[in-house]
Design a protein. Structure first.
Length: 246
C-alpha cells in the first residue's frame, strides 16, 4: 500500500510500525490525533513530498524513487542521512547493546559463545562508528560544498582541484560494508546461542538486529543510488562550467 499525503498519520504507523524511526528523524512526535500526513508535516515544518518519498522507500523495498529523490537539494538529503546516523549512535545501537549485555548475563555459564558474541558486537559497533564518523567528517562536508558551488554556479579553484583529485565516486569506493558484518552478527545469535525455548529477550534482540539491517540497507540505497549520482552530476556540470570560463 502506497503512503499518501491524505492518509492519517496514525494509520501510517498501523500500516508499517518500522516507520516510527523515519518519523523520529524528521522530528515528528506522536500524538497526531486525526491529522493527515500533510497536516502533520506542515506543523513540523517538514517537506511532505520528501517525507513521502522516504517513507515509501522504507515501507516497500520495491519502491525506490531514485529520480524523484535526486530532485531534492543535497542539503535535504544530507540532513536526513545525518539524522539516521544520530539515531544509530544514540538510540538503536545502545538499545541493542543493552539487550546483548542482558543476554550475556543470563547465559553467564555459556562462557565461550557469549564471549564470541560480545567480542563480535563490540567490533561491529566500532566499525559502524568509524564508518559514520568518516562520512560526517569527510563525505558530507564535501557534498555540501559541491551543492553550494552548484547553486552559485561558481567553482572555486580549490574545489576544482579537489574534484579532480578525489571525487564523490572515490569517496564511496572506500565505502565499507557494515551490512555484511551485521549479517554475520545475526548468524552468531541464530546458530550458536544455547539450545532451549527461545526467550523473549532473544526475540527482541534478533528483531532489533533485523530492524537495523533493514534500516541500514535503506540508508545505503539513498547514499549509493541517490546522493552519489546527484553529486556526480553536479561535479560534471561544475567542471564543464569551469572549463567554459577558461
Amino acid at each position: 500500500m502506497r503512503i499518501t499525503r491524505n492518509i492519517k498519520m496514525a494509520d501510517v504507523i498501523h500500516i508499517d510500525h518500522w516507520l516510527l524511526t523515519v518519523l523520529n528523524r524528521f522530528d515528528i512526535s506522536l500524538g497526531f490525533g486525526e491529522k493527515k500526513v500533510d497536516e502533520v508535516c506542515e506543523i513540523h515544518g517538514v517537506d511532505v513530498d520528501f517525507f513521502l518519498e522516504i517513507a515509501n522507500a522504507y515501507h516497500d523495498e520495491h519502491y525506490f524513487p531514485r529520480t524523484h529523490l535526486q530532485t531534492y537539494p543535497v542539503q535535504m538529503l544530507v540532513s536526513y542521512l545525518k539524522s539516521t546516523h544520530e539515531d544509530y549512535l544514540t538510540q538503536i545501537i545502545p538499545q541493542i547493546e543493552e539487550k546483548i549485555s542482558a543476554l550475556i548475563s543470563f547465559y553467564s555459564n555459556e562462557g565461550k559463545n557469549m564471549s564470541i558474541l560480545q567480542k563480535f558486537f563490540l567490533e561491529y559497533k566500532k566499525e559502524l562508528s568509524i564508518h559514520i564518523q568518516r562520512e560526517e567528517d569527510r563525505v558530507f562536508p564535501y557534498v555540501l560544498e559541491i551543492g553550494k558551488a552548484h547553486e552559485a554556479l561558481q567553482l572555486p579553484q580549490a574545489l576544482y582541484e579537489q574534484i579532480n583529485r578525489y571525487s564523490i565516486h572515490d569517496y564511496f569506493k572506500e565505502h565499507d560494508d557494515v551490512e555484511e558484518k551485521l549479517y554475520d552478527l545475526k548468524n552468531i545469535l541464530l546458530k550458536y546461542l544455547p539450545q532451549g525455548r527461545i526467550s523473549l529477550l532473544q526475540q527482541e534482540l534478533i528483531n532489533a538486529l533485523f530492524g537495523l539491517e533493514k534500516d541500514l540497507n535503506n540508508h545505503s540505497r539513498i547514499e549509493d543510488k541517490v546522493l552519489v549520482n546527484k553529486v556526480a552530476i553536479m561535479e560534471r556540470e561544475l567542471l564543464t562550467l569551469y572549463q567554459s570560463k577558461l
